[in-house]
Design a protein around this ligand. Structure first.
Ligand code: HEM
Length: 409
C-alpha cells in the first residue's frame, strides 16, 4: 500500500480508537514521501534527529486562500484558518528563532517551578470538588465530570482570569481546539465561526491585559504584562495568553481521560496506583509514551535534509508522528505493552527540542493528582464501553467521553 494511503488512514476518524497498527506499518518507511510532497516521519531515531535540527521551521506556510485540494493533509497545511492565526496572532509555537526564543524566555520567566508548585493545592481542591459532585451517582462521565472542567479552571487561575469568566473561556477553548484539528470542518460557516472566536478572545485578552497593567496581581498574565519586554508587544501578549489556553486545555483533558481509560484496561496497575500513590510520576510518564495526547506536529524544511536514508527537500512540509516514535520497537522493548516500570522512557509526549512543552510540569501535576484521586475515591470503577467514542481529531487524540460505572465514592 502506498504511504499516502497509510497517512490518510491515520487521518480517518474510523481508525481513531486504535491507530497503532497503522503506525507500525508506517514505520517500515521511516521518512515517507506523500504524493503532495509532504514527508511523514515515524521512527524514534528520525523524529529525534529532526526535532533537534535547526533546519526545521515551525513558522506557517504563507497566507493562502487556495480551495480544498481533496487531500486531507494538504488541505490542513493550506488551511486559511491556520494561516490567519499564523499571521494575525502568531504565537511562539508557530515561530522560529530568534523571535521564538525571546518570547519563550518571557513565558519561562513567569512559568516558574514555584508558581506551578503553588497550584498544587488548588488543583487538589478542584479535583476533590469535581469528584464530590458525583456522589450518589452510579455512573460518571469522566470527560464532562472531571477531565474537561479541570484544566480550564487551572489555566484561568494561572493567567488570572476572573472566576466568573471561566465558562466563557471553557467555550472558547473548546471551539479553538476543535477548529485547529487537521480534519476540522472547513466550510465557510466554520471558518467564520473560528475567526469570530479568535476575535472575541483577543478582545477579551486585550481588555484583561490592560486591566492587569493598571492593577497587577500575582498571576502570570500580570507578570508577562508588567515588565518592560522588548519584542513582546500587546499582540504577542494576546497570542501568548491564547496559546497557553489552547495548548494547555485539550491536551491535559486527553492525558487524564486516556490515563483513566488505560488504567481501567489494566486493573492491576490501577490497583497498584491506588495502593501506592508514589507510583503516579512513573505511571504518567508511561502514559505519555503509550497513549500521548498529541500524536503529531508539523514543520517545514528550511534546507535539504538527509535523514534515515531519505533527503527531504527544502520547502517540504514534514509531519513528525510522535505517537509512532513512542511505540518504536527499535527504541522500546515490547512497545505495545503498558509498563510503568520501564526505566528508559524518552518519549515524545511533550515534543522535544526548541518547542518542548512549557506546560509539562503543570500537566504532570494535574494528571497525577486527578488519576490518584480517581483511583482512590471511585469504588469499583468499570468501563461502560470499550472502546469509548473518540473525537474526530487525529493529532489531539482522545475520547469524546468515558462512561464509568462506579460502586460509590
Ligand atoms: C508545546 C504537549 C500541556 C503550553 C507542546 C508540544 C507538545 C505539547 C507535544 C510541542 C509542540 C511542537 O513541537 O510543535 C502537551 C501535552 C500536555 C500539554 C501532552 C498535557 C498533557 C500544556 C500546558 C501548557 C502548555 C498545561 C500551558 C498552560 C505549551 C506551549 C507550547 C507547548 C506554550 C509551545 C512551546 C514552544 O513553542 O516553545 N506541548 N502540552 N502545554 N505547550 Fe504543551
Amino acid at each position: 500500500m502506498p504511504e499516502d494511503a497509510l497517512f490518510a488512514e491515520v487521518l480517518d476518524p474510523g481508525n481513531r480508537a486504535d491507530p497503532y497498527p497503522i503506525y507500525a506499518r508506517l514505520r517500515r518507511t521511516p521518512v515517507a514521501r506523500q504524493r503532495d510532497g509532504a514527508y511523514v516521519v515515524s521512527t524514534h531515531a528520525a523524529i529525534r534527529s529532526l526535532l533537534f535540527d535547526p533546519r526545521l521551521s515551525s513558522e506557517d506556510l504563507p497566507p493562502s486562500r487556495r480551495p480544498r485540494t481533496g487531500n486531507p493533509l494538504k488541505d490542513w497545511l493550506l488551511n486559511p484558518i491556520r494561516n490567519r492565526v499564523a499571521n494575525a496572532h502568531r504565537p511562539l509555537i508557530f515561530r522560529d528563532p530568534p523571535e521564538h526564543d525571546t518570547l519563550r524566555g518571557f513565558v519561562m520567566s513567569e512559568f516558574t517551578i514555584a508558581r506551578v508548585n503553588g497550584l498544587h493545592g488548588r488543583v487538589a481542591a478542584l479535583v476533590d470538588g469535581l469528584i464530590e459532585a458525583c456522589r450518589g451517582r452510579d455512573t460518571v462521565c469522566l470527560v464532562d465530570d472531571l477531565s474537561y472542567p479541570l484544566p480550564v479552571a487551572v489555566i484561568c487561575d494561572l493567567l488570572g482570569v476572573p472566576e466568573q469568566d471561566e465558562p466563557q473561556f471553557h467555550a472558547w477553548a473548546t471551539r479553538l481546539a476543535t477548529a485547529l484539528e487537521p480534519d476540522a470542518r472547513r466550510d465557510e460557516e466554520a471558518r467564520r465561526e473560528t475567526v469570530a472566536t479568535f476575535d472575541a478572545i483577543a478582545d477579551y485578552m486585550r481588555a484583561l491585559i490592560r486591566r492587569k497593567r493598571r492593577q497587577p496581581g500575582d498571576d502570570m498574565l500580570s507578570g508577562l504584562a508588567r515588565r518592560d519586554r522588548p519584542g513582546m508587544g500587546e499582540v504577542d501578549l494576546i497570542a501568548t495568553a491564547v496559546l497557553l489556553l489552547v495548548a494547555g486545555h485539550e491536551t491535559t483533558v486527553n492525558l487524564i481521560t486516556n490515563g483513566m481509560l488505560t488504567l481501567l484496561r489494566h486493573p492491576d496497575e490501577l490497583g497498584r496506583l491506588r495502593a501506592d500513590p508514589e507510583r503516579a510520576p512513573q505511571v504518567i510518564e508511561e502514559l505519555l509514551r503509550y497513549e500521548p495526547p498529541v500524536h503529531f506536529r508539523t514543520r517545514k524544511a528550511l534546507g535539504d535534509i538527509a535523514v534515515a536514508g531519505t533527503t527531504i527537500p527544502k520547502g517540504a512540509p514534514i509531519v513528525l508522528l510522535f505517537a509512532a516514535g513512542n511505540r518504536d520497537p527499535e527504541r522500546f522493548p515490547e512497545p505495545d505493552r503498558f509498563d510503568p516500570d520501564r526505566t528508559d522512557i524518552q518519549h515524545f509526549g511533550f515534543g522535544g527540542g526548541l518547542h518542548y512543552c512549557v506546560g509539562a510540569p503543570l500537566a504532570r501535576i494535574e494528571a497525577e493528582i486527578a488519576l490518584v484521586a480517581l483511583c482512590r475515591r471511585l469504588r469499583d470503577p468499570r468501563l461502560l464501553a470499550d472502546p469509548p467514542p473518540y473525537r474526530p481529531g487525529a493529532s489531539l487524540r482522545g475520547p469524546e467521553n468515558l462512561g464509568i460505572r462506579i460502586g460509590g465514592i
